[in-house]
Design a protein. Structure first.
Length: 96
């Protein structure tokens, strides 16, 4: 799984990047399911997290969350992302 992070409207500092890396550990179980994951973080009065996940079998998932706090927004986004990955994994296992 390739993870690409883009910051728009601000510069991602080392602590924020370390937090993102730490949170991404949570979805390591899906390493073989995901081709790449594109995380775009935009600052426009609040933090907006947009994630596009490209699954191995061609499905693309888009998740978005926002918050005034970087950590809270990232946590919300990770909760939804984790749930989405599990649903996709279950769907594929049922088909196969």
């Amino acid at each position: 799984m390739t993870i690409t992070t883009n910051a728009v409207g601000f510069v991602l500092d080392e602590d924020q990047q370390a937090l993102i890396d730490k949170k991404m550990e949570r979805i390591k179980y899906a390493d073989d399911l995901i081709v790449d994951l594109l995380l775009r973080i935009k600052y426009d009065k609040k933090m907006i997290f947009d994630v596009t996940v490209n699954f191995r079998w061609g499905t693309v998932a888009h998740i978005s969350s926002d918050d005034y706090d970087f950590t809270a927004g990232l946590n919300k986004m990770m909760d939804v992302l984790d749930s989405k990955i599990k649903k996709e994994k279950d769907k594929i296992q049922q088909k196969g």
